[in-house]
Design a binder for this molecule. Structure first.
Ligand code: ADP
Ligand code: GN1
Ligand code: MG
Length: 357
């Protein structure tokens, strides 16, 4: 058995002293908060993010860019941008003997995290926050960003990964998911819409966040206005539609991503509209007609993509997403597919909402 990591000696590398507690609900990294409530310590999952140097460089470059803009707007740049805390040696992370990589951010005071939007004000504010984040990066040189996870939102490749998992059936679980597999494969033709649009130039490449869950934005705990977009590991080249669509799969759902009672899971078009309104307040001038036309579709596609990622992980034996109960990935996949079906049924309504904005 490997020696347990002494997190205090890691904090010491950042010249910090404190007890720490486990924090947050992310599926990938391990997050801790210092008991002084001033810092966040994170273990980066290097099984997934294989190039921590480039990843941290992306984050520093992007946060510096946003910091200057926030300052120019007279906003408190320390609360509206993540601040990377350097080690004694001036580095942006520490690598331990067992190859795990840790970094520290300043904790953003007076902030709150929402795991699930409860009302349209939450979603309007989330739309403003992610819209402004993307807007501030419209003049950032896209091709200088490192691809931290290549093909992250390449839905065609995600379908191929599912097909491989089905073929290999490593865990023998295929027998339990015949209906889900059929559902997923019957919609495979949708997978290429954004990928091909980017290839043929009809959809522009932009700097995008790529993981726009509502718990990846901090809100001011008094005014509830959006404060700071966080979880920047996947900031890289992408489509505006990835950020818009991905925000919908939890944000505009009636239930949590892992709600098992599917009668409680549906797509709430009011929440969709609220987010779209906030997002377009910032991106409305920049968005192209083709992107606008695909906003409703993106909610479906990104929900579908995440559903097939959960299903693939279930078939592969839960090696990617953290799980907290047996069949957790299958529960998540079923939940996302229920939402996909509902979005399909409501697509005309969603397109009308966008036309009227
Ligand atoms: P993961 O990649 O595992 O999702 P995140 O970076 O999203 O990790 O962090 C997990 C949670 O920790 C967030 O949802 C948020 O609640 C909290 N958090 C992360 N960074 C900060 C910060 N700088 N200030 C305040 N809270 C933070
Ligand atoms: C992961 O790290 P976290 O929990 O914010 C995942 C997203 C998924 C999401 C599903 C790097 O996000 O792509 O949409 O889980 N992040 C990565 O909840 O794979
Ligand atoms: Mg997160």
């Amino acid at each position: 058995m490997s020696k347990p990591i002494d997190l205090n000696s890691i904090l010491n590398e950042f010249i910090l002293e404190s007890e720490i507690s486990v924090y947050g609900n992310g599926h990938i990294n391990d997050t801790y908060i210092t008991n002084t409530k001033n810092y966040i310590l994170q273990r980066i999952n290097t099984g997934i993010f294989k190039n921590p140097d480039e990843l941290m460089q992306n984050i520093e470059n992007v946060t510096n860019h946003i910091r200057l803009k926030m300052k120019a707007l007279g906003r408190d740049e320390d609360r509206s941008t993540l601040t990377v805390v350097k080690t004694r040696k001036g580095e942006s992370y520490v690598k331990c003997d067992d190859d795990h990589v840790y970094r520290v951010y300043k904790f953003i005071n007076g902030s709150e995290t929402i795991e699930k939007a409860e009302n349209d004000v939450h979603m309007y504010n989330a739309g403003k926050g992610f819209g402004e984040f993307q807007q501030m990066l419209t003049d950032y040189p896209v091709d200088t960003l490192f691809d931290t996870i290549p093909n992250f939102h390449n839905t065609v490749k995600r379908v191929e990964a599912l097909e491989t998992a089905i073929k290999e059936n490593r865990t023998g679980r295929l027998i339990f998911v015949k209906d889900e597999v059929e559902f997923a494969l019957s919609r495979a033709k949708d997978a290429s819409v954004i990928v091909e649009g980017i290839e043929d130039g009809s959809i522009p490449l932009r700097v995008t966040h790529n993981d726009t869950k509502i718990n990846n934005i901090l809100f001011d705990d008094k005014t509830h206005e959006p404060l700071c977009v966080i979880d920047l590991d996947t900031v890289m080249q992408g489509s505006l539609l990835y950020d818009f669509g991905d925000a919908m799969r939890i944000g505009a759902s009636s239930a949590a991503e892992d709600e098992e009672d599917l009668s409680k899971v549906w797509f709430d078009e009011k929440l969709f509209e609220a987010f779209a309104k906030g997002f377009l307040e910032f991106m409305g001038e920049d968005i192209t007609p083709r992107e606008k036309e695909l906003l409703g579709f993106s909610a479906k596609l990104l929900t579908y993509e995440c559903g097939i990622r959960f299903l693939t992980d279930y078939l592969n034996g839960d090696t990617y997403f953290k799980i907290h109960k047996p069949a957790h990935n299958l529960i998540r996949a079923r939940n996302q597919f229920k939402l996909v079906k509902d979005i399909e049924d409501k697509m005309d309504k969603l397109n009308k909402i966008i036309e009227n904005l």
